[in-house]
Every structure is written in structure tokens, then in C-alpha cells.
Design a protein around this ligand. Sequence first.
Ligand code: C2O
Ligand code: CU
Ligand code: CU
Length: 529
Amino acid sequence: MPKNVTSGNTGNNGNTGSGGKPRMPRRKRTLLILGSLVAGSALVIGALFTWLYTGAKVSTVGAVDFRNALAVPPLAPSTVDADGTRVFDLRMQAGETEFTPGTRTPTWGFNGSHLGPTLRAAKGEKVRVKVANTLPEESTVHWHGMHLPAAMDGGPHQTVPAGGSWAPEWTIAQPASTLWYHPHPHGATESHVQRGLAGLLLLDDAESAPLPLPKTYGTDDIPVIVQDVTFDGAKLDHGHKLMRNVGFLGDRTMVNGTLEPYVTVEDELVRLRLLNASTARVYTFGLDDGRAFRQIASDGGLLEAPHTTSRLRLSPGERAEIVVRMQPGERRILRSYPLDAGLDFWNQRFGGGDDSFDVMQLRAAATLRPSAELPAALVAPALPTGEDSARSRFFELKMSGINGRKMDMSRVDETVTRGTAETWTLRNDDGMPHNFHVHDVQFRVLDINGAAPPPSLRGPKDTVFIPSGSTVRIALRFDGPADPDTPYMYHCHLLYHEDKGMMGQFVVVDPSRPPSTPKPPPASGPHQH
Ligand code: C2O
Ligand code: CU
Ligand code: CU
């Protein structure tokens, strides 16, 4: 048998014109080698991609035993000062938490080792929170969704040094709502929240008090703080996996710090105050049997009327209150379904959009206390309509910075006039999902890609999801006290993005005071259209 019959480079191939060397050897061989290298690396890359792509999808559906009773954060005790100020104490501390009995996980918390107590106050009340930072590093405590003076906001300028304290005070001047608090140290918000620093802040008011809504805290009015986590042995693993440009995505969820949680329901109607306290993950909540529920509130308070739906999407930082009707003796699962937001193939998978979770089980008692029917109307939110907007601004959202600029603590990006309304246009063309949160205000979503917002987004909002390829217009009113020297923040609430600089600063100035007091924003940039 002839050898090398295919190569043709051992025999005399006739005139090659190159000193008797065989024809086309080197080039062909090079090409062959190159070709197989290319094919080989394509295979390797393909296999790697398939491995990454397949491994990127996470689901706990059907795999959760719901073995732990849901922890309900305690209501924070408070005292009332001589002048009527309600005073709370929050101590930021390091500790250990047993998420699984017998396994101690290092965590941070407020007044405990993980998460924090629920602060509760009423509209019109003056409150003071005495914050003590016993952590080994500086941090801040931000009151997310709260309308308050900039110096009390707890953003990156109000740092509390390790071992230090801070006692902001303000008067609650906004409707009943589910707000929350969390650290906001510049560049380290993601890690401080992930270690466990977060808590709820519930506001009450006289308008909502008479409404027949479930309102017994921990019984038929249940806080549901949803976070995704990954454990590496006893430790929490906060690593970002490959291709996850949204930041950290965990492989399981917990509620109020409870893994595999169940909650026993003894009333026909149960109100769930949902908070997405995850750092990057977007949830699409629904019940496992597809039943409809009623949404009664968005980020900053009640909707005008209950909205019936079977799915509710919350991006990081957003809240919603829903009311679920239970049947005696049944067990239902609050689930998070894959994201349906038109994300491209890549972002859908690597941004966690294909993931699904069994978040919490609702266990109805054999007999349920009757609940009053939900009212047909709730409280109409007082939100700007956009019609009286004094000016508009444009924000181009990119992970690399908003309007082409990374966050700079010493630069004020926007100056707004106290007492005026504005329309802000938020554009995401960045190829990845973002959201947008504005401090101090609750805004109205005017439209999304030119269309009216869905009912779930028609209430008071302080954070709005903006998938790539979309434009969201919001109307905001700045009626708080002016402070030309202390900025509020606006930013993407995917905390990795925020930490990387996807944040900007605005000050509210008095109309009578020249807006030249704060540092003016740079003249260039596409931020004012
Ligand atoms: Cu919930 Cu600026 O943050
Ligand atoms: Cu905030
Ligand atoms: Cu973002």
C-alpha cells in the first residue's frame, strides 16, 4: 500500500519550478494546519460557550423542600422624645448567621447578624434614626424611596466611619408605602447589601388606614424581602461568574434571610410586601397554579385601584404589594418565572432571564379567618403628570456612565429648581438591562417606548426597569427643601453598575437663590435635550 497517498508530497510531481521541491507543500500544509487550528478552536470555543450557556441557567423549581418557617423581621422598637420625635436605633454589626442549622455564615446586619428590623412610622411624624456603625469599615444608611432633605438621605456623602455614628432626622411627608433602607457607600454598595445590610421601612397614613386591607404585620401582612445567594460551603460566595455583565447572580433565593421558606396563612387574604433586595436579579413573580392576585401598591404607595394580574416583575430595588386569596388547607408556591422583557438571546441567558425559582410556600390553615373584600378604589396617588414640567432632561444609560460620564463625587450633574416638575427621558441602548432609581422623589412613569405604562407601573415609582432598546419617560416633582451643597443620587440599581460609576448627582436649589452656588455641570455632553 502506498503511504501518503493523499498528501502527494513524497513523489515527484513534475516541474515545480522551485528547485525540485514538491509542489504546494508548505502553503498547503500551513493552510491545513491553520484550518484545523481554526476548526479546532471553533470547536473549543463552541464547546466552552455551550458549557457556559447551559451552565448559566439556574432553576430551583420543584427542588425546594420549604423546610424552614419564614423569619419575619421584628418591628423596630422606638421611643418618643419630648418634642414628639420618634427615635429608632440601628446598629450596623458583623456577625454570623445560621442559614442552615449548625452552619455559621459570616454576615452583616442591623441590630442582629443579618438584615434589619422593620422601621414603621406614620405620615406627619418626625423621626430620628440613631445609626451606629460597628463594622470594620465606613458605610452609610440610605432610606430608599424616602422624601427627605439631601443631608439626611444616607447617600455616598453621608458616610458613617467605622466606629462612628450618625443621627438623621426628618418629617415623614409622603403616603403609606413600603420603603427600605440599605447602605450606599460609593463603590461598595453591592458588597454591603450582599453581606446582609437591608431592612424595610413601612409608612402609614390616615388616607389608607380606613381601607379594608390586610394589615396585621406578620400575620396577613407579610414582608417578603427576596434575595438571591450562592453558598460556598458555609460562606456566601459573592463572585461574579463569566459573562454576567449585570453583576452577581445567585443560584438560589431566600426570603427575609430564610432559605426554603414557608409561611402559614390563617386568613383568606394575605398581603405580601415584595421587595427585590437582590443586587442584579430581576424577578417575575407569580403563583405556581397561575392564579390571579391583586397588586395594590407600587414602590411609593397605593395604586388608584387594585390591579388584577398573574405576573409581577420587580427589578432590583423595586417594591410591590400584592394580595393573594387562599383556599383552606392548600399549599401554593410563590415562584419567579423567566423574564419576558424582550432581552436578546445573550442577555436573556447570561443576565438571568431564563432562570426560575421556587421562592416561598404559602401554607393555608385548614380553616381561614374571613377577610374583607378588597375595596374597588384605593388612594389616588398625587403624581406629576408631565404637563407642568418646567424642563426636560435626557439620560443615556450605559454601564460605563450616565450621559457619558462616570460618577464623580465632586461633580454635580444636574441642578433642579425647588417646587418645579420635570420630565426625564431615560434611554437604554447599552445592549444590557439597566434600571433607574432617583432619590428623594416618587415619580410617574409617563410612557415606555411611547406607549402608556402597564397598570403595575402606574403608581408611585422611584425605580423603573429599562431593558436595552427602550426609552422610558418619567415625570418628577422636586418639592423638598433646597440644599445647593448636598446632592441626591440617581443611578442604576443593579448595584455592580452603580458601584462601577453608573450614577449621577443632582441638587435642588431654591428659585430665589442663584443656581450658581453648586458646581455647575460640565458644558458638554448630551444630557440636555
Ligand atoms: Cu436603593 Cu441610591 O438606592
Ligand atoms: Cu434610593
Ligand atoms: Cu445597570
